[in-house]
Design a protein around this ligand. Structure first.
Ligand code: ADP
Length: 292
């Protein structure tokens, strides 16, 4: 999405962000150059979409899996600051990204061309029911073929028409994944989980092999390869902006895991990256500030 934030009185700064884009950004920053990271989405044919494609290319994020749709434009949100509190306004009902799974052949090609697939509850929430089914069936195919399919439930009730639909579709997303990376605060609030164990148990019962539960400053609990491990969060001097904490953790975790195949070590690495991210402003923190 296009992000507008206050630069000065009466002046807005433009940036690009969004949960899956943030994760792609951090995966790119943390992976060696012989890995390619592609962002699969839909954009329009307007100048802003062109700028986004140029921005992704500049960041080293591949754009061949981006479908361009005539007459469409990207979604937009604005961050407003009042008395130090951030609030968000959205213009995304008609965004191109809502069509990202509308061309089933295009989506299949993109997923078949990848070794690892990542999507989120927000991805599912913005799609029509039919398109969500298309994405889910491609994710299931990728999982069945032995690929790492990672899913962050990223629960945003505002994006769903009701709790039943949200619970059912997020559970389907998890079922289609081999690795689920939930944030405990969201899961407790929206699924009623009484403990981290309950979150792990619920996702394992859906057929998820590996679960990594993030819990802000209270650390990470992994149920990985059938073994449970706790990894503490990094100590942060001053939390400046928690935007993208979970997304950066996911990108860094997957990147490290693909190379090291050691889940607890990957969680320690990702906790370090996320700690840097919450110490800086904005969703996309530059690689040279991440210590990777
Ligand atoms: P989300 O942003 O999805 O809600 P969390 O708040 O659980 O996710 O944060 C994701 C990760 O970011 C945590 O697992 C932790 O490693 C790191 N993190 C978040 N907040 C802090 C904090 N205050 N201090 C240190 N690390 C943090």
């Amino acid at each position: 999405m296009v992000e507008l934030s206050q630069a000065a009185a009466g002046l807005l700064r433009k940036g690009f962000a969004g949960d899956t884009l943030n994760t792609a950004w951090y995966a790119r920053a943390c992976l060696p150059g012989d890995w390619s990271v592609d962002y699969c989405t839909a954009l329009g044919d307007d100048a802003m979409s062109d700028e986004m494609v140029a921005f992704f290319n500049e960041a080293g994020i591949g754009t061949t899996s981006i479908r361009r749709i005539k007459g469409k434009a990207p979604g937009l949100y604005m961050i407003s600051l009042k008395d130090g509190e951030r609030s968000f306004s959205y213009w995304r009902d008609n965004s191109a990204a809502r069509q990202l799974a509308a061309d089933a052949d295009f989506l299949r090609q993109a997923i078949e061309g990848a070794d690892v697939v990542y999507f989120s509850g927000i991805t599912l929430a913005i799609l029509s029911r039919d398109d969500a089914d298309t994405l889910l069936s491609e994710a299931r195919r990728a999982k069945a073929s032995g690929k790492l399919v990672a899913f962050d439930p990223n629960i945003r009730p505002r994006l769903w028409s009701g709790y039943d639909e949200m619970h059912a579709t997020i559970s389907e997303g998890a079922r289609a994944a081999s690795l689920v990376l939930p944030s405990f605060e969201d899961e407790a609030l929206h699924f009623g989980d009484v403990s981290i164990e309950a979150t792990i148990h619920r996702y394992r019962a859906l057929g998820v092999r590996d679960v990594v539960v993030k819990n802000g400053a209270d650390g990470i609990t992994l149920d990985f390869d059938g073994e449970e491990t706790f990894v503490p969060a990094e100590r942060v001097e001053q939390v400046v902006d928690t935007t993208s904490a979970g997304d950066s953790f996911n990108g860094a975790f997957i990147a490290h895991y693909l190379e090291a195949k050691d889940a607890p070590a990957s969680a320690r690495f990702a906790a370090k990256v996320a700690a840097r991210v919450v110490s800086e402003h904005g969703a996309l923190v530059a690689k040279d500030k991440l210590g990777v």
